[in-house]
Design a protein around this ligand. Structure first.
Ligand SMILES: Cc1cc2nc3c(=O)[nH]c(=O)nc-3n(C[C@H](O)[C@H](O)[C@H](O)COP(=O)(O)OP(=O)(O)OC[C@H]3O[C@@H](n4cnc5c(N)ncnc54)[C@H](O)[C@@H]3O)c2cc1C
Length: 449
C-alpha cells in the first residue's frame, strides 16, 4: 500500500492504515514532511513563523483533536480588528456582522454563477455597497480565489463564517503548525521516504507500479502496491506531463479531467515582517485621537497589493504578516524577495497612513514563500469553479478500487483549503481502502502494462 505526499492528508491516511495493521509507505518529493504547513524558527523572534497554514479556522475538529492528543497549546485570537477607509483608521470589530447581509444571500443561489456575478445583483440592497466591497476582499483573501470564477454555490454549500459564531473562531498553535504533521507521523517516521518524486503511476485494477526518482538520481526506482492514495496538491495533479512534480497516470484518470474543468488552484502571497519594536502602537496620524493599536489583531487596509495584515496578538511581539489572495497574488508570483518586500512595505505604509521610510526604518527581516512557483504545490489551495460545487466529492471517489485521490482539494465536505479538510480527506480515503481490502483478495486482478 503506497501513499504519495507527506502533507497532513498523507500522514493522516498513514496513521489510519497503520492502526489497522497495514504497512503503508509514504513517498514525498520534498526533503521534509508537512507540505503546505511550513514553520520556520528564527533566534530573533521567540515565536514560530508560518509560511503556509497558520490558523485553526472554526470548529476544525480534526485539528483540535490532534491539539488535544499532542497536548499542544492553541489559543483564540481576539484583539481588535481595524480598517483603513479613505485614509483613516477605524475599528472593525463587527466584521462578520458586516459581511452577513451579503453572504446570507448566497443561500438563494439556485443556478450556479460566479461570486462576481452574484455581487452584481447587489445582494443586501443599496445600503450594502460597503459590505459587498468587504465580501469581495474576503473571498479573494480567505478563499484565495478569482471572484470572476469561484462558484457562488460552492461558497454557499461550504457555509459562510458570517452566519455562525463558532465558525468565526480563529486560533493559533503556540508552538507552530508543524507540530500537527509531526504528531501525525510520530513513531512512523521510517515509513516516509523524503526527497522522492513520483513521476508515473501505471495501474490496473488491484495493482499499481509507481516510478520514483530519489534524490534527483538519473535512475527511476519502481515500487509496487496493491493500492495508492495520492495526496498531491491540485496544482500538481493538473500539471502537464514532464513538468516537475507532475505524475503521469497510465491509463489516465478521468477524475483528473473532471477536476481540471471544475476546480482551480487559488493563489496567495504572504510576507512576514520582523520589526525592531511594535512601532504601530505609537501615535498614528490616521487613527482617531487617543486611540491605540496596542490590541490590533487584523488590519483590513486599502492597499490593493497587500490588503490584509495581522499581528501576533495576543503575543506582544514586533511582527506582522501581510496577505493577499486571488489575482493580486498571482501578479506577485515569481517576483524576487526584494520586490515583494518593497511592495509589502509600501502597502503597510498606505494601510497605516505612514511613510514607507517609517516602516522600512523598523524592518529587521522578512520571510515569504512563493507557493505559486513551488513545483510541489503550484498554488496555495483549491476552490470550485462555476458548476464545480460537487467536483471535490467526485475527485475523492475511488478509481477502480485501486487509486484514491485525497488532500484538501478532495475534501467531500466543502472544507477545501484547510488543514482539517485535508486530514479528514486523508482519513476517509484510508478508511475506504480498508473497506476494499477487507472485501477483496489482495492479488492483482489485471496485469500492469
Ligand atoms: C499560504 C497558505 C496559508 C494557509 N493558511 C491556512 C490556515 O491558516 N488554516 C488552514 O486550515 N489551512 C491553511 N492553508 C491550507 C492548508 O495548508 C492546506 O489545505 C493543507 O496543508 C493541505 O494538506 P495536504 O496534505 O492536502 O497537501 P500538502 O500539504 O500540499 O501535501 C501534499 C504533499 O505532496 C507532495 N508532492 C507533490 N508532488 C509530489 C510528487 N510528484 N511525488 C511525491 N510527493 C509529491 C508535496 O511536496 C506535499 O508535501 C494555507 C495554505 C497556504 C499555502
Amino acid at each position: 500500500m503506497a501513499i504519495v505526499g507527506a502533507g497532513v492528508a498523507g500522514l493522516a491516511a498513514l496513521r489510519v492504515l497503520d492502526r489497522a495493521g497495514i504497512n503503508a509507505r509514504v513517498i514525498e518529493a520534498r526533503d521534509r514532511i508537512g507540505g503546505r504547513i511550513s514553520t520556520v524558527r528564527d533566534p530573533r523572534l521567540p515565536y514560530p513563523i508560518e509560511l503556509g497554514a497558520e490558523f485553526i479556522h472554526g470548529s476544525a475538529e480534526e485539528v483540535i483533536d490532534v491539539v488535544g492528543d499532542a497536548e499542544l497549546v492553541a489559543y483564540d485570537i481576539e484583539g481588535q480588528r481595524w480598517r483603513t477607509k479613505s485614509g483613516r483608521l477605524t475599528r472593525l470589530d463587527d466584521y462578520w456582522t458586516r459581511l452577513h447581509p451579503v453572504m446570507r444571500n448566497l443561500k438563494s443561489v439556485t443556478t450556479d454563477r460566479s461570486f462576481a456575478d452574484f455581487l452584481s445583483d447587489k445582494p443586501g440592497g443599496q445600503s450594502a455597497s460597503d459590505a459587498r466591497k468587504l465580501a469581495r476582499t474576503f473571498v479573494e483573501g480567505f478563499h484565495a480565489a478569482d471572484v470572476e470564477h469561484i462558484s457562488a454555490k460552492a461558497l454557499a454549500d461550504g457555509g459562510s463564517p458570517s452566519e455562525d459564531p463558532e465558525e468565526q473562531r480563529i486560533m493559533r498553535i503556540a508552538d507552530g503548525y508543524d507540530r500537527i504533521p509531526r504528531w501525525l507521523v510520530r513513531n512512523l517516521e521510517n515509513r516516509v521516504a523524503t526527497a522522492s518524486v513520483v513521476e508515473e503511476i501505471a495501474w490496473g485494477p488491484g495493482a499499481a507500479s509507481i516510478s520514483v526518482r530519489r534524490n534527483g538520481s538519473a535512475n527511476l526506482m519502481s515500487v509496487r502496491a496493491r493500492a495508492v492514495i495520492v495526496t498531491i496538491p491540485l496544482g500538481v495533479l493538473l500539471a502537464s506531463p514532464g513538468e516537475t512534480g507532475a505524475i503521469a497516470f497510465s491509463p489516465p484518470l478521468a477524475v483528473i479531467d473532471d477536476a481540471r474543468a471544475h476546480l482551480a488552484m487559488g493563489t496567495v502571497t504572504r510576507v512576514v515582517f520582523l520589526f525592531d519594536e511594535r512601532w504601530w502602537t505609537d501615535t498614528l496620524a490616521a487613527a482617531p485621537r487617543d486611540a491605540s493599536l496596542d490590541r490590533l489583531s487584523f488590519l483590513h487596509g486599502e492597499s490593493r497589493e497587500f490588503p490584509i495584515w495581522w499581528t501576533l496578538y495576543p503575543a506582544h511581539l514586533p511582527a506582522m504578516t501581510g496577505w493577499t489572495g486571488g489575482p493580486r497574488a498571482l501578479r506577485l508570483a515569481g517576483g524576487s524577495h526584494g520586490d515583494i518586500e518593497a511592495c509589502a512595505v509600501a502597502s503597510l505604509a498606505k494601510n497605516l497612513g505612514v511613510s514607507r521610510r517609517r516602516v522600512a526604518s523598523h524592518l529587521q527581516a522578512s520571510w515569504t514563500h512563493d507557493w505559486q512557483t513551488d513545483p510541489y504545490s503550484r498554488g496555495a489551495y483549491s476552490y470550485a469553479l462555476v458548476g464545480g460545487a460537487g467536483a471535490a466529492k467526485r475527485l475523492a471517489r475511488a478509481v477502480q478500487r485501486t487509486i484514491w485521490i485525497a488532500g484538501e482539494a478532495a475534501d467531500a465536505e466543502g472544507r477545501n483549503g484547510t488543514v482539517h479538510g485535508a486530514i479528514g480527506s486523508g482519513r476517509r480515503a484510508a478508511e475506504s481502502v480498508l473497506r476494499v481490502l477487507s472485501s477483496s483478495p489482495t492479488r492483482a486482478r489485471a496485469p500492469l502494462r
